[in-house]
Ligand binder design. Structure first.
Ligand SMILES: Nc1ncnc2c1ncn2[C@@H]1O[C@H](COP(=O)(O)OP(=O)(O)O)[C@@H](O)[C@H]1O
Ligand SMILES: [Mg+2]
Length: 235
């Protein structure tokens, strides 16, 4: 049974945490919910630093810290879970760095992609749901404020543009979802798409023997890790 690697992306308050949690709940025991940065001891420590507006952080340092947290998450949680046939549901992944540091901060998508390719050794989500919503409408929703949100809607617009560019660049895995609809409507759309992908995987495995997921193909040798525990807190 092949694993599936799902990520949620979008501007702040677009509904990523809400949708990641609902999807993981709907999938039950097969799902592993992780959030980024975080999901490991290292990642959670780095998360606290990255979210603290009182800590000075150059854009390059910021990009490298995110990549470091992601590298640890990939090795410790994502690859072992995919190898065990589970569905990894990630509340943000590599595209957040490409949109925030690469596009919005102006470091360049290709340069940020290069450090993340180094960090991840090619691991990418199988499907990335881009929760598309107007940044000012999203900002009006209730939620916690962090370093990025405190920089206001201008940054969020640049991030939204960055995501649109990524969706054009990686059409094979990006699925754009209108996220200005009610939570349950967005969830139904996402769940149907994930179930389709799982059905295609299952048919492929039955017909031709094992057809591993993209993430799983690049995974470490089998039998190295036990399935990861359920993770993720509200953010
Ligand atoms: N589709 C939606 N319509 C209206 N409000 C939503 C929707 N999805 C999420 N919210 C609300 O918006 C806020 C931000 O949602 P959250 O899932 O935390 O976003 P993110 O993780 O992308 O920052 C929360 O108060 C949440 O309840
Ligand atoms: Mg969130």
């Amino acid at each position: 049974m092949g694993g599936l690697f799902v990520s949620f992306e979008g501007v702040d308050r677009s509904g990523k945490t809400t949708q990641a949690r609902l999807l993981a709940q709907a999938l039950g025991d097969r799902a592993v919910l992780v959030r980024e940065p975080g999901g490991t001891a290292l990642g959670e420590r780095l998360r606290a630093l990255l979210k603290d507006a009182a800590v000075a952080l150059d854009a390059h340092a910021e990009a490298l810290l995110f990549a470091a947290a992601r590298a640890q998450l990939a090795v410790e949680v994502v690859r072992p879970a995919l190898a065990a046939g589970r569905v990894v549901v990630c509340d943000r992944f590599v595209d957040s760095s490409l949109a925030y540091q690469g596009a919005a901060r102006g470091l360049g998508i290709d340069r940020v992609l290069a450090i993340n390719d180094f960090a991840l050794e090619g691991l990418r989500p199988d499907v990335t749901f881009l929760l598309a919503v107007d940044p000012s409408a999203a900002a009006a929703r209730a939620g916690e404020s962090d370093r990025f949100e405190s920089e206001g809607v201008r940054l969020q617009r640049a991030v939204a543009d960055g995501y649109e560019e990524l969706a054009r660049r990686f059409p094979e895995r990006f699925v754009r979802v209108a996220a200005d609809r009610p939570v349950t409507a967005v969830h139904q759309f996402v769940l149907r798409k994930v179930q389709e992908l799982l059905a295609v995987r299952a048919r492929g495995s039955a017909a031709r023997g094992a057809t591993p997921a993209a993430g799983e193909r690049a995974a470490a040798a089998p039998g190295d890790h036990a399935p990861a525990p359920q993770r993720g807190r509200e953010s």
